[in-house]
Design a protein around this ligand. Structure first.
Ligand code: PLP
Length: 357
């Protein structure tokens, strides 16, 4: 007797990157984590949190955090919803807005979690293939026959950015729901966010996270901005106490220190550009990234497959991301660490190239 619902039974569990044993020397550049700690304000909030938060339920509305986000983006707090990481928001998106048997178009390749969650809610995914260079064609998306479109911008795992004007053209030209996941937007030099448009467009949702530029992925906080009727759907669908008190406080502290977040993002950008140039000098093909990671193809004459590259690097306790998926099997995704870490990575890549026989 199988007690599991058929559509759940046939799911492949979402594969996150491997978790290295917490080893001093291990370089974790496979999960797009920040190489820097969160703001000192976050550490202070952690230290000054009284233990009595534990015997009281958290604020289920996340009132303060929502208001702080509303102030930052100059919208109403009814246009903001906070979740237990974007992962929870993606679940709520399918549960409350997309739904069973409805069609969602997603460029391919993109963030695989959307396809997994869609399958668990029995929504139908229409993969919209990107061009050879992974660029996304807005006209092709506009012509799709779907109830909703999910666009990750900048895209993951390609790192490519669409200008805000193109995303705007999509949101204005498409009748269905348009969800723009801006998890990496803080790393983009010129802000290409479409958040300001949520005041005007009733079909637009923009998702953000504290996991990347704010260095809070262990705390689990994401947020979504949109028209208040869309946001109220998230409130109706959520669990009663989904964001714990400590996390709410830490996110608030992180948000208040915009200066720190911006300077860590700028440091990541600088390291990324230098690392990308060094990769290219070694013969890697590097996709132009606007994020905290780079997608690259190892040199053809290295005679190693991308998977073998990940194995060789892992022997040196360097963890990079490999995707066993169409159009990505010959590539590596490498998150940007500190300058020192990336120097060690370049040194190891050179050593592997020189011992290829
Ligand atoms: C990392 C990432 C997120 C953030 O996920 P959390 O659940 O908030 O940690 C969201 N979207 C994309 C595309 C990402 O790569």
């Amino acid at each position: 007797m199988n007690y599991v619902l058929p559509h759940i039974d046939k799911l492949e569990p979402y594969k996150s990157g491997a978790m290295p044993k917490d080893h001093e020397r291990a370089i974790r550049i496979h999960l797009n984590e920040s190489p820097y700690p969160p703001s000192p304000e976050v550490l202070a909030a952690l230290q000054h949190t009284p233990a009595d938060i534990l015997h009281c339920y958290p604020d289920p509305q996340c009132t303060e955090l929502r208001q702080a986000l509303a102030d930052l983006y100059e919208v109403e707090s009814s246009q903001v919803f906070c979740g237990n990481g974007s992962s929870e928001l993606i679940g709520l998106l399918f549960r409350t807005l997309i739904g069973e048997q409805r069609r969602v178009a997603i460029p391919y390749p993109s963030f695989a979690l959307y396809e997994n969650v869609a399958a668990s809610f029995q929504s139908e995914v229409i993969r919209m293939p990107t061009a050879e260079d992974f660029s996304i064609d807005i006209d092709q998306l506009l012509a799709c026959n779907a109830d909703a479109i999910v666009l990750v911008n900048p895209n993951a795992p390609t790192g490519l950015l669409l200008p805000a004007s193109e995303v705007e053209r999509l949101a204005r030209g498409f009748d269905g729901l348009v969800v723009v996941d801006e998890a990496y937007m803080e790393f983009v030099e010129t802000d290409e966010s479409v958040i300001p448009l949520i005041r005007e467009l009733p079909n637009l949702l923009v998702m953000r996270t504290f996991s990347k530029a704010y260095a809070l992925c262990g705390g689990r906080v994401g947020y979504v901005l949109g028209n208040s009727s869309l946001i109220s759907a998230f409130d109706k669908g959520r669990n009663s106490y989904h964001l714990n008190t400590l996390t709410q406080r830490l996110a608030l502290a992180a948000l208040k220190d915009q200066q720190y977040m911006k300077s860590s993002a700028a440091a990541v950008r600088q390291t990324r550009d230098a690392f990308s140039r060094q990769l290219a000098e070694l013969g890697f093909t590097v996709f132009p990234s606007q994020t905290n990671f780079v997608l690259c193809t190892p040199p053809a004459d290295s005679r190693l497959t991308a998977f073998e590259w990940t194995e060789r690097l892992m022997e040196q306790e360097i963890y990079v991301r490999y995707f066993n998926a169409d159009r990505l099997r010959d590539k590596l995704r490498i998150s940007i660490g500190t300058n020192e870490q990336m120097d060690r990575v370049i040194t190891q890549l050179k050593a592997i190239l020189n011992h290829k026989e």
